[in-house]
Each structure stands twice: as structure tokens, then as C-alpha cells.
Design a protein around this ligand. Sequence first.
Ligand code: CUA
Length: 156
Amino acid sequence: MHIHRYEKYWLGFGFCALVAFIIFMFITAFVNGHHPSGGSEVIDPTHVEKTPPFDNPGLHQTGENEYEADIVAMAFGYKPNKLEIPLGAKVKFVITSQDVVHSFTIPQTTVNMELVPGHIGTKEYTFKKPGHYLVLCNEYCGAGHQMMKMEIEVLD
Ligand code: CUA
């Protein structure tokens, strides 16, 4: 069978592009430890309530002006469903889902985490304005999705 020379070039180019793409995928997926929500740690989603730090959800002081907020997302809410955070404190949110994919989204902030069961998502944030913040789930997760929310009170 006769194949035009340019077609051979294109076949070769296509093959090389495919190989380069696979190598690129491999490097980004494994070498950099890339995972959803930046959390590379994994957890057994069926034993969340027995696995630290999620066996004790809530806000925990970790430094002079630093806190860790350990939160469990579930259909259809968060545990705890209210947090009080001092103004200007650096907060590290550590969150996992115990059932399906949810999100932890605080409108008007940079906090927007996709919560995949089996993964621990982390995000650091410092609230610069006191007041009432609403946390919402923006991943459709079932019949109660619209009701899934929690509150954060930033205290001056
Ligand atoms: Cu959880 Cu939508």
C-alpha cells in the first residue's frame, strides 16, 4: 500500500505528540503529587469519624494566631455547622467528604474546595473582615443539595 510521504510525517508527528502528552500526564499526575483540592493525603471514607483529625471536628488552635479547622462534609451538611474564627487568624481548613462529592465554598473569598470522598482537601485562608460568612456546597450532591451550608462567624 502506498502512503504519501507527508502522511507518514503526520502519522509520526501524531504519535510523538501522543507520547509527549502521556509523559506530560504522568509527570503532572505523579511526580508533582497532583490531586483534587491540593490535598494528596488519602483517607478511608467509610471510617472518617474514627480517623484523626476528623474524629474531633472543629476549630483547633495550632499556633499563636493560627488555627486548623477540621470539617467533615456529608449529605447534606457539614460537621461542625458553625465556626467562630478570630479576625486576622490564619486558618487551615482540613476537610473531607464521608459520602459523595461536595464542595466547601465561601463566596467572595478564594476558598472553593472540591471535596472528593477518600481525599483530604486543605486550604489556608485569613479572614480580613469581621462578620458572618456563609459556606455553600456548589457540587450537586442529591435532593438536599440546596440546603447544604454552614456558617462562619469572624469575630473582631
Ligand atoms: Cu453537598 Cu451539594
